[in-house]
Write a protein that binds this ligand. Sequence first.
Ligand SMILES: Nc1ncnc2c1ncn2[C@@H]1O[C@H](COP(=O)(O)OP(=O)(O)OP(=O)(O)O)[C@@H](O)[C@H]1O
Ligand SMILES: NC(=O)c1ccc[n+]([C@@H]2O[C@H](COP(=O)(O)O)[C@@H](O)[C@H]2O)c1
Length: 339
Amino acid sequence: MPSSSDAQSKSPGTPPPPATTTTTTPTTTMTTTAETQAQSQSQTPQPATDVKPTTAEGTITTQYSFPSHRLRRRQHQCDKTPLVLVACGSFSPITYLHLRMFEMASDYVRFSTEYEVVGGYLSPVSDAYKKAGLAPADHRVTMCGLAAEETSEWLMVDPWEATQAQYMPTAKVLDHFEHEINTVIGGVEVADGDGDDDDGPRTRRPVRIALLAGADLIQTMSTPGVWDSNDLDHILGRFGVFIIERAGTDIEEAIDHLRRWESNIYVIEQVVQNDVSSTKIRLFLKRDMSVRYLIPEPVIQYIESNNLYKDDDPGAKAANRNPDKGKGLSGEAFFNRAG
Ligand SMILES: Nc1ncnc2c1ncn2[C@@H]1O[C@H](COP(=O)(O)OP(=O)(O)OP(=O)(O)O)[C@@H](O)[C@H]1O
Ligand SMILES: NC(=O)c1ccc[n+]([C@@H]2O[C@H](COP(=O)(O)O)[C@@H](O)[C@H]2O)c1
């Protein structure tokens, strides 16, 4: 189990500011002008890698447009609630496990819930997070974009969080998705099941937005000072979370303090255990060891071309003493030997 100092070393020195949230989740079926809004949204594919943040005196979004080229606009199963999964994290760099989290969640949702996944997003944290080993946000967004575009048919990368000059608490990030998907796009069309596309006005329905996270991240929710209590209520009470088991974290212990939101917490077993972490990848790279088949090939090429993760990061030294930080100990002995 990560100690509270482990957990706090993952986040900025001071806890993120309270998120006072203002958006309200639509809970009823919509038959509105949203259809027009949705149609006016560009249907042209917009790979996330096209949306590049510009850095000048802090990180500022200049050409932002919400990526929706892979967001399914129409539900297949009208008896289910449409769902978008959002994974927030450093992704420094993105690994196959980060991508695999979505596949595990998608299967879980399909077989064990009343939801239907209509999209999945990676939201890399901004440089303001100041975590050890964090490559610049534009590189992390680009690597996530390469991984999503090259390995998946449904994942997207939203650069909005990454390009904020200030640290954005996860509750606010989920509000952003809620706004873009339900207010701007207007949710999704409901399939009427008759196969006839020309039937009268189409009904639209709001999409449920949910956080997708590993058990270690959820465990930090019980660590004093890391999450604001209003944010927890907002994230777990209103959005909900799909949690992927992670070696080294006791899932029952991780959610023990979160029981009051139990109905919005879904725990997903990792049937095939994979305890790869970005920390291990960075250590391998620093030692000039192969990371092939642990992260996607285009990401490896991008890291090589941009000479990433080679320099000593003074902040990373403490983390490197325990490369897994409570996320599974299998590599620790190896790293100590190799170091
Ligand atoms: N092997 C894994 N098993 C389960 N969840 C994981 C795994 N690797 C990453 N995650 C989850 O992916 C999300 C984003 O992870 P993050 O970018 O922090 O990766 P990480 O590998 O934990 O990074 P680092 O090693 O730099 O701390 C988090 O919710 C984290 O819990
Ligand atoms: N209070 C908060 O909103 C809060 C606290 C801790 C981590 N987080 C998020 O969780 C993710 C954690 O990523 P790491 O596992 O890479 O530290 C980041 O996206 C970070 O913003 C949010």
